[in-house]
Design a binder for this molecule. Sequence first.
Ligand SMILES: Nc1ncnc2c1ncn2[C@@H]1O[C@H](COP(=O)(O)OP(=O)(O)OP(=O)(O)O)[C@@H](O)[C@H]1O
Length: 747
Amino acid sequence: MEGTGERPISSEPGSVVAEELRLLARTREALAEARGPRRGARPDGEGLRALRDAWNTAGEEDRPALLAQMHEEQARLERAREDRFPDPAAPYFAHLRVRVAGRTRDVMLGAAPLLDGKRGVTIVEWRKSPIAEVFFSCEEGEDYEIEVDGRIIEGKVEERRLLTFEGGALASITVPGGVLLREGDTWRFEPRAWAPRLVDPTSPRRTPETRNPFITLDAEQQALVDREPCAPLLVLGSAGSGKTTVALHRVAALRRRFPDVFPAKRMLVLVPEPGLRRLSERILEGLAVEGVLVRTFEDWIRAEARRVFSWLPHHEPPDPPFAACRLKRHPALFAAIDRLIDEDTSALARKLDRLLGFRGALRKELEARNEPILRERLQAIEAGLARETPGEKGRLLCEALAEEQDKLARVRGDHRRLVGDRALLARAVEASEGDLPAGIVEQVAAHTKQQLAMTSEEAYAHVDADRLATLDGRTLDAGTPEETSGTVDVEDYAILFELLYRRTGAGATKAGTLSRYAHIVLDEAQELAPIELRVIGRALDPQGSVTVAGDAAQRIDRSGHFRSWEAVMEALSVRSEPAFLETSYRSPRPVVEFAHVILGAEAPAEVPRAPREGADVLRTIVPGEGHAAAVLCEALRQLRADDPYASVAIIARDEPSARAVHEAVARGMPCRLVRDGDFSFGPGIEVTEVSEVKGLEFDYVIVPDASAKVWPDAPDHRRALHVAVTRAMRRVWILSPGEPSPILPSQ
Ligand SMILES: Nc1ncnc2c1ncn2[C@@H]1O[C@H](COP(=O)(O)OP(=O)(O)OP(=O)(O)O)[C@@H](O)[C@H]1O
């Protein structure tokens, strides 16, 4: 890029404004020229040229169709050209002035690039360009090095400014020590920093030693831990009130006091996410408990199902439809299972009726013709009917069932029918009383059909294996809709156990048995569906006990099947009055109060007690994602200096948002994108999504995407935001790029 040839900007506000306005004017000129006349875009596409040629040689009858195609192509080209240009109303959001090889250069950062050497205008894409990284990672006056096309380029940052626009006009410019704000035709200087100072001034800095402090349980918690070993325990309470702590301390206490009744191998801790699995393992380790199995529910039931139903396919679909997950976990599926079993039983009853009718006919026949073969048949039937159990019908039914002793094959057939038979699926929809949409039947049936279809490897089993090998070593169906073939959904495992139980009254097949435990901890139990809870209940020894911990306000499972805690305990086949923990230990008072308001109508009547004071929740609104990235990097850089051993979680709404934020922040500083619970539980910056952080905690929590678009006002978004902010042990920062989420309390 060429230098502007202008004097470096002085700190005098007028000259800064004048220079930015000049740059803007030049940019708009460059933009107008680059975009060209709006109508009649140049026919620069190959496709359009080909269509024009075809038009010249086409007969009259083909021309209308060709014309339509040409219009379409033209529109496509125009769209493509439009998309590549910056928005004239706000063409960039940042200005970087660097000195490279003795020359000064101005680089603007925006969503779309623009280059006009003649006018000295360079706008780079902030997400991709190497020079944009300098803006995010360096202070004014710092030297930098970047790699461009394999070459190292060195330079020095001279100026770094963030800009905002309102109604197409420049509205603010950051300058050292503050910001210049336009007010009508004049500009005013306001002393304030770009980004808020996140450090919590009320707590001492973290040191490596201040992690994992030893906890003394309060009297209420201790009483729960000391409960009768065989009594079930339901422990409820708001976020951070110590539910996990109590559940795991109870495991330690049972191990310590009754090692023979509760051997480690016969104790199971089930959690919803891998992050909480790892944290629970660490806490148990801290309590000197070894050998207790800690699993996510999915991992546990997958392993159980694969052992008991050895014929199961080995793969789960990479991207299963939400409809299947929703219906398969819905309590209304029980109605479909009932019908499936009933239909089968009535088929057997019909068979029996025929048999009884046959006996009557045989008797009459024998009276008429006294033939030995008829006598033998009648004797055989009567012998069968006369065996000692109450009621002929019931006995015959049992016999008929016993005939089909291969229960395994039966469960397999039942399962295929249940998830593939439209009439049975429709029964579930009907039983849901409007909760499940009618269209879900078709979606699930189609998904099942695809799952039962042969994979390409099976279909082409007769072809040489090396001819079937793909270049990237993946399966033939990978990345195609056929990759669902030959798979089983994770939700099917609980259904299979339910069917097995209905058929056999037990959880065993020839291949294996559902494991049994002397004690099971169920953490974040609000996330489990009744059909899943029933399997867990059956995995409990008859004398075994269970600790259930949860908080209905934190349920973020998208399929939303939680009804009540009574229903949870009933599905587990245990009874216990709930115990409530009243004190929020994790977060300071301002965070607890903020999180309470976020819940809206679902908030409990009382704000949880929070004995610890702390810093206010910070809130920042910026015009867009580019600004958000710049402000985030600035604030994090400062936080790293202020509290270097702190753990910082940037918690986005979902995975795509977490990826985008990570990509942006990683331009400015080291940070990790965390998936599958791979948290460090130590100092550093980690970017993740809400569903990953259930049950976890971090010193600082940043919600980086708190806009109306990403967090609309709906109960599930409210609960998810509540979960995100209640992870904070010190401070919360809510950053809204664009219009803030309506969930946020008014300031
Ligand atoms: N009696 C106590 N005194 C001090 N700190 C405690 C006490 N009980 C629990 N804590 C701490 O409070 C934090 C939250 O505890 P825990 O994770 O058990 O809460 P939770 O109710 O399971 O939270 P969530 O619902 O968010 O999963 C932890 O850091 C824990 O060490």
